[in-house]
Design a protein around this ligand. Sequence first.
Ligand SMILES: [Mn+2]
Length: 307
Amino acid sequence: MPDRPRRPVGIFGVPMDLGQDRRGVDMGPSAIRYARIELALEELGLEVTDLGNAGVPIPEVVASREEVRHLEAVRNVCSEAAQRATAIVTDGLFPIFLGGDHSVSIGTVSGVAKASAGARTGVIWLDAHADFNTPDSSPSGNIHGMPLATLTGHGPPSLVEIGGPGPSVHAEDVVLIGLRSVDLEERNLLREAGARAYTMKEIDAYGIARVVRQALKHLSHVDRVHLSFDLDALDPEVAPGVGTPVRGGLTYREAHLVMELINEAEIVTSLDVVEVNPILDVRNGTAALAVELVESLMGRRIIDLPR
Ligand SMILES: [Mn+2]
């Protein structure tokens, strides 16, 4: 099979741990680089440029008297991330963003979605959590539980407007996969918004391959697809080093199959890898697993079989 020409990759880190109390996910970009993401992609024949990190203040120096914790600081960081994301897309690169807690996606997804007016961006949100709280529904006031609601227009206005006026994506162009921890009010918000959600129940009942194929079919009408990959989608037994572990997640092979099927569909145009927490990890294994899964997404195959 002749290799298709593939876009060069731009890696950009957003080492932010302001979406909640400090947990250690600010070290995620470093852990993923230590696991040699750049080399792994180069071995797939991709050209890779590491564009460094966004400037992020630490929680100890950020005022936290706001009702929504660290709102202004998160907005500043996400605005920078959005600007960089737009520039990376405009330069013709495939962006891979390294978090950081999942609130970084408010910036990265806004930036790629608003990079070209008129184009429609779909989102695959691979996560144990729905991240669909609003300041009113959130039990904690933590922004890392709000990014997907914010991106679809249901968040603090100062965050919704990042990257340009209006919501970045339509809720009907969003598919969530891997859910198993959703707050009570958040369930209603998600249903009312009209996003498509596949919980662990659907994955157990129908199998991950069928779920992924349905998800891809649901997004076949959009111009671009952003994959926002929270490592807590995996079971903590295989990925212990995450911000908010929840048991009952994807197995090692299910996660690889998600990436392999998405790769075959040639649909994804940008990627987040978020919530890696080296403090809870074992010998950087979760970051190494993140790199493996990125390889599968970007074209690594066990062997190329004739079909
Ligand atoms: Mn998340």
